[in-house]
Write a protein that binds this ligand. Structure first.
Ligand code: ATP
Length: 234
């Protein structure tokens, strides 16, 4: 579904991503691990069309989308839920979701997508008329994910979804990610919480200084000594 080869990106001369190669097969959850500043966010922003790669190639569904912008990637089926749950704080839950569904001109389809989100995220259903900025961090994160799902993506990219959430909510969040995947959405997951990310993913990549240095089945990486000491605190 997604094939990324030799990606590179520099911010004003400072190299952020040097050589990233990865793939996501339909149906998978793929984790992207790495220390702070390894280039994870820059990588997923390029895949989602928010940054234009300076090197390398991105192919999605057999089409070269290396230079495609976000507004082109969303209709193709790629949605990014960026780091920092950027929901619109003055807007209600419902209004935030409607913004995520802007690609669907058909109102019935949009309403159906919203009802589906309320089924997956019951807490959002209870708060549909509430202003997003007054909700808890966990609820805002759920809203950010639901908003990205409103475009019915084939590939959902989540950038650090568990950041700043209490442990109980983190577990709930990972269960939700799994259930979104079980409904047929492939997932590329950037996470600091490597243990949880490896638990729910099929495969994972490790990024070091802008280079993909490892790729393996997640269950193998969980048991790997180098991964354990670098990411799992063991
Ligand atoms: P984190 O987990 O801290 O978000 P990351 O692995 O996602 O890290 P990136 O955010 O992609 O890494 O950052 C990679 C490098 O690029 C870092 O050195 C960072 O300081 C730099 N960088 C990121 N965004 C910008 C920007 N807008 N302008 C300049 N440098 C940037």
């Amino acid at each position: 579904m997604l094939e990324v080869g030799g990606l590179g990106y520099s911010y004003a001369g400072a190299i952020a991503v040097r050589d990233v190669t990865l793939r996501v097969t339909a149906g998978e959850i793929v984790a992207l691990l790495g220390a702070n500043g390894a280039g994870k966010s820059t990588t997923v922003r390029m895949i989602a069309g928010a940054l234009r790669p300076q090197r390398g190639r991105i192919v999605f569904d057999g089409q070269d989308v290396t230079t495609a912008a976000c507004h082109d990637m969303v209709p193709r089926g790629v949605a990014l839920c960026p780091e920092g749950r950027l929901v619109m704080p003055q807007m209600t839950v419902r209004e935030n979701l409607l913004m995520g569904g802007y690609t669907q001109r058909d109102r019935t389809a949009r309403d159906a997508a919203m009802e589906e989100m309320f089924a997956i995220f019951p807490r959002l259903a209870e708060r549909r008329g509430q202003v997003a900025g007054l909700m808890s961090g966990g609820e805002q994160q759920m809203l950010a994910i639901a908003r990205a799902l409103m475009s019915r993506p084939k590939l959902l990219i989540l950038d650090e979804p568990s950041l700043g959430l209490a442990p109980k909510l983190v577990r709930e969040l990972f269960d939700l990610i799994r259930s979104v995947n079980a409904r047929g959405t492939s997932i590329l997951l950037v996470e600091q919480n490597a243990r949880q990310a490896l638990r729910i993913s099929n495969r994972a990549y490790v990024l070091e200084k802008g280079v993909t240095v490892r790729e393996d089945a997640s269950e193998k990486l969980i048991g790997d000594d180098a991964i354990r000491s670098a990411f799992l605190g063991a």
